[in-house]
Ligand binder design. Sequence first.
Ligand SMILES: C[S@@+](CC[C@H](N)C(=O)[O-])C[C@H]1O[C@@H](n2cnc3c(N)ncnc32)[C@H](O)[C@@H]1O
Ligand SMILES: [Zn+2]
Length: 267
Amino acid sequence: MYLRCPLCREPLQAGEKTASCSHGHSFDRAREGYFNLLPVQKKNSLDPGDDADMVAARHDFLEAGFYAPFRDTLSALIAPLQPGHLLDSGCGEGWYSTAFSALSKNTTAFDISKNALRRAARRSRDISWLVASSGDIPLGDACVDVATAIFSPVTAAESARVLKSGGSLLIAAPGEKHLWELREALYEEVRPHQAEKWQEELAPHFNFHSESRVQFRVDLPDNASLRQLLTMTPHYWRASREKRNAVEQLPSFSTQADFRILSFRKA
Ligand SMILES: C[S@@+](CC[C@H](N)C(=O)[O-])C[C@H]1O[C@@H](n2cnc3c(N)ncnc32)[C@H](O)[C@@H]1O
Ligand SMILES: [Zn+2]
């Protein structure tokens, strides 16, 4: 076990029902199997992260396999690294974590959203599922071989702290053309994705290793899958109500998927 107490940072021993440290801090395992290691005083809101509707939409969308080519490319990048311990940060409802766990002896996956963990933890008892924040990862130093962040926030110093020297960090982010036609339908003018600030933050801790690009078409055969995609993206809230309503009525949709996978090695 690599867990550390979010309150005092001493090692945390996880049992069937609780995880506890030598200072007597104790955390109950939720019915679904995850540990909530996000202390109340470190929450910025009552229910941080993705809400239940977003999580449910993403679950159904991913389970239908629309992003399978992207997941398989990630798996192909991870497999040769043969991780003893893989960490999936911002794991959402755990579709990717579950695939990655087949490539690793031990897998830990966390997300700040309790809604996400409720679903994720039901997927597998072999993964250590946690509610936690990427800004304060409840793991000891240098215990992770491969860390992934799929469309989720990265705190460079924290990711570097938990990774072993030479360990890999894989960050997946949208490419310029990601969901292009959907964005065209939702906005007057499609703006490029903003440059991610983590790229500068990473430089002191990581060496850039490689970038992979995965592009394919997503053909949504029905209105239900279109609504799932819309609900799981931030575009749902950013678009005007009028445009969103119009898209929500369409019987089917076809759009481009464009993913960037950036690979770094801990310096
Ligand atoms: C776009 S979703 C991606 C989820 C998953 N990786 C996937 O691709 O299906 C972003 C996730 O980051 C989570 N998140 C947001 N802020 C976070 C933080 N500070 N620490 C951990 N997770 C966070 C959200 O709750 C959400 O599940
Ligand atoms: Zn403690």
